[in-house]
Design a protein around this ligand. Structure first.
Ligand SMILES: *Cc1c(COP(=O)(O)O)cnc(C)c1O
Length: 392
């Protein structure tokens, strides 16, 4: 049976569309071609989509590798995966002391320092189980990763170590979503290829090579290697306007070119309606004065739920397929919206805060003050306490 908002006591819910996710993965798989594995990046509570619902959904689309930032997120994958053979990889934060736990649970993790290599060997030996690692190489991002001068020694030590199982060799690009960074990314990719050549003297066959996140994956086929780490695109968003234009151009700018579908719809309902006379102020202070006799609807969503105060007098929601403007301050738990021109609005009517209703859509970008780059931030800030409901 389909889950519904009314089944919880919560004022809003985020619906996750199975149909959209399946469509996205089939597009991404076709883009990747045979032999390129897709790792689903689910840091930041699956970009706000909610890991407990999202992981099994992705698995049912054939995904068997998840990438996370930190150890707590890896623990989430262990908890919510439906297949015990599904792999999990930590790309960032894990304490040396937590390697014991990671190795016991077969969790893959990035190595970017020699000291961690020593710690990994120590705990692997203690558990009599090899540590599964990915060697992260510094190619120009300048954040974490082994420096060029360390590569030879790193490849030598890890290939010879009885306690280390090198699952991957990887790097990360410094902003492949923008043409402005083109040369920097090209140079990184060149350097990565040099590293792979060096590594081939130590590893036969080479471990899985991976470098691309969504942007490089979607626009630079030469960066696909053996695996791609796809975050934002699987949820139905382009990493930037530029990457979308790249796709639109490939499709010769035909209408309806977007092969990605937003997986998320954030919904609430009308709590109450009321008429306000021209000249009266709505809500706190004198932020919004009714310029005419107005009907307003209150919606039980506010900044505590991630609906930012910056949307005061500016944001929109959808009711009966029409746009209603936020009128007055965004409160902690409530907004007031103008429904004067939307006939027949009643208590209990569905309100869409992000996503489609009828023929209209509130995009995450418009929700986040009109800039596409904020997609990532807006999504990951949606509170974990909002229920996530899987729908067809
Ligand atoms: C977040 C992240 C990704 C995914 O990035 P998207 O742009 O969302 O596809 C890939 N690799 C690393 C190392 C990351 O931190």
């Amino acid at each position: 049976m389909q889950q519904k908002l009314r089944d919880s006591l919560q004022p809003s819910a985020i619906e996750l569309s199975r149909f959209a996710l399946e469509g996205n993965f089939s597009f991404l798989k076709q883009k990747a071609g045979d032999g390129v594995r897709i790792s689903s990046v689910i840091k930041g509570n699956a970009y706000g989509h909610g890991i407990s619902s999202f992981i099994p959904m992705a698995e049912s689309c054939g995904i068997n590798h998840f990438s996370v930032f930190s150890a707590d997120e890896a623990e989430g994958v262990l908890k919510f995966r439906s297949d015990p053979d599904t792999d999990v990889m930590i790309m960032g934060m894990i304490r040396d002391s937590e390697l014991d736990w990671a190795i016991q649970n077969g969790i893959e993790f990035y190595l970017f320092e020699m000291s961690r290599l020593k710690a990994a060997e120590k705990f692997a030996k203690k558990n009599q189980k090899r540590a599964s690692v990915h060697l992260q190489l510094e190619t120009g991002m300048h954040r974490t990763g082994f420096e060029m001068r360390e590569w030879k020694e790193l490849f030598k030590q890890t290939s010879e170590s009885e306690w280390i199982d090198v699952k991957g060799i990887c790097t990360h690009f410094a902003g492949a979503e923008s043409v402005a960074n083109y040369f920097r990314i090209q140079n990184q990719n060149k350097r990565f290829q040099e590293a792979l050549e060096l590594a081939s003297a130590y590893f036969d066959p080479l471990p899985a090579r991976h470098a691309a996140s969504s942007a490089a994956f979607l626009t630079m086929p030469e960066t696909h290697y053996d695996m791609v780490r796809v975050g934002i695109a699987q949820y139905g968003f382009w990493p930037s306007r530029e990457t979308y234009m790249h796709q639109a151009k490939a499709n010769r700018f035909q209408e309806d070119v977007d092969p990605l579908r937003r997986v998320m719809t954030w919904k609430s309902e009308v709590m109450s309606t009321k008429w306000v006379a021209a000249g009266d102020f709505i809500g706190y202070g004198n932020v919004y004065m009714a310029g005419r006799d107005m009907q307003i609807a209150t919606v039980p969503i506010g900044y505590t739920h991630g609906f930012g105060r910056n949307l005061t007098n500016a944001g929109h929601v959808l009711i009966n397929g029409e746009r209603a403007q936020v009128s007055g301050l965004v409160n902690m738990n409530m907004i007031t919206v103008d429904v004067t021109d939307i006939p027949g609005v009643q208590k209990g009517d569905e309100v869409v805060l992000i996503g489609h209703q009828g023929d209209d859509e509130i995009t995450v970008a418009s929700f986040g003050e009109m800039t596409n780059n904020l997609n990532y931030e807006i999504l990951t800030r949606l509170p974990a306490s909002i229920p996530r409901l899987v729908v067809a």
